[in-house]
Every structure is written in structure tokens, then in C-alpha cells.
Design a protein around this ligand. Structure first.
Ligand SMILES: [Zn+2]
Ligand SMILES: [Zn+2]
Length: 469
């Protein structure tokens, strides 16, 4: 791979980062190597990740320029550096830097493109990956992550993007189980704490979860592809299009008994304080995140995404069934990213425990180590219900949906789901094959132009938003 990175010609590829090797160190190596050949713009998911990579590069003697949303000066300096100074520079930024002007033949490194932060929330919601894709003709582009997004996997599978993987160098001890009362991983925790720190990744609270079939455990889906959930005391309802299922039956096996998980199964930090007395406990949550693992031996309890960066003897992933039932479109992609990114922090020879049935297909795909197959299977499931990456999904909100629907229903290739209420407004979901996407976007722009001339309220639309809920 070094050969590829040192190649001064334009390159385009995906790189999957290895386990048991801190991802920010591998990333910093790749950035450094590439910066000997060309200027490098690195797009990280958020400023937390930016700080982690920045400090690693500073430790290696580099002088990267970081563009943070809070400070306008560094962006001006970055532009100055790239525009005027005849030297190769490293710029670290987030989604807001994706269109930064670059000298010819620069390299753009997009890190963790499936992270939610790479998705713009405001209409029309272009994400970093799409905008970087438009720059591939002029610059070298590397898509780097511990796990590929469905979109990048699709391109790899279609032969449009070469994929580089690292050989798996060290053995990891893996266990998994779903017993609620016995806690087989407690022994792993106490043994590992003698040698170093242990990370326990536990679910955050406060999100809506779907349910599965009591018999076959498949997640309950609506015909639109959205996930069903059970509002308190009511019948199942689609989280995307709000369709109600008065007499729900599993579409796979016909069973009518839903399997629900109450949030009461979520473990609490104080439980561990009692179970491991005298151990230093660190908690990290979205509200009070801890950036780095301090020296010493600690039991770290963290919600996904904000795990303190460091080296762990053991990692325990709890609440996985609950997390996989989240109703958002990209729930499993997100969990896979959090798991694989955390696994880079495991010490060689360390132990991992997954709280999930050993036969669970999601767990199986991770244990087999072939993430490409796992993502491609998800792409197939999405194809069946006409959802991304092969189909575009557009959520359209308007005060006057009827006239818009009339315009759109003339298009034979258009699938319209709804109307339903989204954020208290009337909405519909449009599904079109990617080949028709530009056409539809152009049409929506034209409709808005006409409405604007007539001084009518504009349509607002989100193209491929992170979630359809
Ligand atoms: Zn079933
Ligand atoms: Zn639905």
C-alpha cells in the first residue's frame, strides 16, 4: 500500500483500517506518507476526531492546519497556504471544508464517510461523500474507514474503486452471549483489569427502537422499508411513513407475537461500581465526553462514538440487540462503525465480548471479518425495498402537497410513499433509481422557481438524508 500512497500520479481507492492498531495512528501515517507527494486535505467526521488526529500529527513533527467551525482565521490561513505558498501542506477539516479550493493534483482523504456528522441536516442535505465524489476527476481521493459505508462498498463491488485492507496481524479472543442474569464477561473484565484498562460500550438512551418477531427474530418492517415500532398501548406503526399495522404479522414467518426489549435492560454505570470495588471508573457520554484514556488501569463505561481514545485489554459491547433495533435507516452501519473503530483500540491479544446471540447474522458477519460481504448483503436488502445506495430517497415537505404530487405522479419511474406527518408538517417520501435522481432534483428546483415567481411557499426537500424518520 505504501507504493500506492507514494505514487505521485492521481489515485482513487478505499482503505479499510485494521483492528488492534489505533486508527488515528494508522491514519496519521497515511496522511504523512501522502503529504510527501501532494497537499492533503483530510475531512474528519467532527472536531473531536479532528483533535485526535491533529495531536497525533503534531507528535510526529508535522504542522497541520486545522479548520474548525469556531474559528474563521484558520480557514483563511489554510487558503493562503494552499494558494500562495509553494509547499505541500496538510489541512484538517470537517464537512464544512469539503469544497475548499485546492492546488491541482491534491489529495482528499475522507475519513468514516458513514458517520452521521458527514451528513448535512439542512435541505438539500448533500453529504461529504457526494461532494468529494464530484472532485475525483481533479484530485486523488482516499475513502478511509474501519468499515466501509454501503455506498463505498457498492462501488468496490462494481469494480469502480480498488479496496486496500491490512493483513490481520494479531489474534483476538472473542466471546458472545445473551444471558441476562449470568454475566460471563465479568471474569474477562476482572482478569483484564489486572493488566490494563477495560472498555464497556453501552447503549445511549432516549431513542425509539423497533421490535422483532418472537419466533424468527427478524426486525419488523413496513412495506416502505421503514422499521415498525410500538407506541405505548397502540398498534405497531412505521417510523418512516406512519402506516399503522392493526393486526401485525411477521412478513417472514407469519408469527404475530412481537419481541420487544424494554430499556430497563440497559446497564447502569453504578452497577459496575459495585461489582468492581476499588477500581477507577471513567464514564464518557455524548453530554460529558472524555477524549483520551488516562494512564493507569481504568474501567471505562462509554456510550457509542465517544469512547476515550487509548489502548484497552478488553472491550465489552453491551446492549447490541437493543442498538440494532434502532428505527433509523443506518442503524446497523452506525453500530458496525462504532464496533470496528473501537476494535482498533484493542491491544494485540486482547479480549472482546459481544452481548448478542452467537448465531445473530450481524455478529456472524463481523466475526468472519469480511465486512464487504456484510455491507453487500445490506445493499441487497435495501434494493428489495428501493432504498439507498442504488435508489435515492427524497423526503419532500410542503404545505401544498396535492399539486406537487400531481406533477410527480406523471413520472412513471417515481414511487411515492405517504403522505405522512414529519415534524408536524405534511411530507411524502419519493423513491427513484439513481439513474433518475438528477432529473428529479432538477424538476424539484424548477417547481420551486415557479413557486417563487408566484410568491407561493417553497417545497423543502432532503435528498438521501441520514435517516428517513
Ligand atoms: Zn418471524
Ligand atoms: Zn412505512
Amino acid at each position: 500500500m505504501i507504493d500506492v500512497l507514494e505514487n505521485s500520479e492521481q489515485i482513487l481507492c478505499a482503505i479499510e483500517l485494521p483492528s488492534a492498531n489505533p486508527y488515528w495512528k494508522v491514519l496519521a501515517d497515511i496522511i504523512q506518507t501522502r503529504s510527501r507527494v501532494s497537499s492533503v486535505l483530510v475531512l474528519l467526521p467532527n472536531e473531536r476526531e479532528l483533535s485526535i488526529v491533529e495531536s497525533e500529527l503534531l507528535d510526529s513533527g508535522e504542522r497541520p492546519v486545522s479548520v474548525r467551525s469556531t474559528d474563521g482565521k484558520s480557514e483563511r490561513y489554510a487558503k493562503f497556504l494552499f494558494g500562495r505558498v509553494q509547499r505541500k501542506g496538510i489541512i484538517l477539516g470537517t464537512r464544512s471544508s469539503v469544497l475548499m479550493p485546492l492546488p491541482a493534483d491534491s489529495t482528499i482523504i475522507l475519513v468514516d464517510d458513514c458517520d452521521e456528522s458527514h451528513y448535512e441536516r439542512r435541505s438539500p442535505t448533500w453529504n461529504s461523500r457526494e461532494l468529494v465524489g464530484l472532485r475525483e476527476s481533479e484530485h486523488s481521493v482516499l475513502y478511509i474507514s474501519s468499515t466501509m459505508s454501503l455506498e463505498v462498498s457498492t462501488r468496490v463491488n462494481e469494480g469502480l474503486l480498488p479496496l486496500f485492507r491490512f493483513p490481520q496481524s494479531s489474534k483476538i479472543r472473542v466471546t458472545s452471549s445473551v444471558e441476562m442474569h449470568q454475566k460471563p464477561y465479568f471474569k474477562t473484565i476482572s482478569e483484564s483489569l489486572r493488566k490494563g484498562s477495560v472498555l464497556i460500550s453501552m447503549s445511549g438512551t432516549g431513542y425509539i427502537t423497533s421490535f422483532s418477531c418472537q419466533k424468527c427474530r427478524n426486525i419488523a418492517l413496513c412495506s416502505c422499508g421503514g422499521k415498525l415500532f410500538l407506541p405505548k398501548g397502540k398498534s405497531p406503526e412505521c417510523a418512516t411513513c406512519s402506516t399503522k399495522y392493526i393486526e401485525w404479522k411477521c412478513t417472514w414467518c407469519g408469527e404475530s407475537k412481537p419481541r420487544t426489549l424494554s430499556s430497563g435492560v440497559l446497564r447502569r454505570a453504578d452497577e459496575y461500581g459495585k461489582a468492581f470495588p476499588g477500581v477507577s471508573i471513567i464514564t464518557s457520554t455524548a453530554e460529558t465526553p472524555a477524549l483520551k484514556l488516562p494512564d493507569g488501569k481504568h474501567l471505562v463505561l462509554s456510550t457509542p462514538g465517544v469512547e476515550p481514545r487509548g489502548n484497552y485489554e478488553a472491550i465489552i459491547f453491551l446492549d447490541l440487540e437493543h442498538r440494532l433495533l434502532r428505527t433509523t435507516l443506518r442503524a446497523s452501519e452506525e453500530i458496525r462503525l462504532h464496533i470496528m473503530r473501537s476494535l482498533t483500540m484493542l491491544k494485540p491479544g486482547g479480549a472482546v465480548h459481544y452481548e448478542l446471540s452467537p448465531s445473530d447474522p450481524f455478529l456472524q458477519s463481523i466475526l468472519r471479518g469480511n465486512l464487504l460481504n456484510a455491507t453487500l448483503r445490506e445493499v441487497e436488502e435495501r434494493d428489495a425495498v428501493h432504498l439507498p445506495p442504488h435508489y435515492a430517497s427524497i423526503i419532500l415537505t410542503s404545505e401544498d402537497l396535492l399539486s406537487t404530487e400531481r406533477v410527480l405522479s406523471d413520472l412513471s419511474y417515481m414511487e411515492i410513499v405517504g403522505p405522512f406527518i414529519r415534524n408536524k408538517r405534511n411530507s411524502i417520501l419519493l423513491k427513484v433509481h439513481n439513474s433518475k435522481r438528477d432529473e428529479v432534483v432538477k424538476l424539484l428546483t424548477q417547481v420551486n422557481r415557479v413557486r417563487s415567481l408566484r410568491k407561493e411557499p417553497l417545497l423543502s426537500y432532503q435528498i438521501d438524508p441520514y435517516s428517513l424518520n
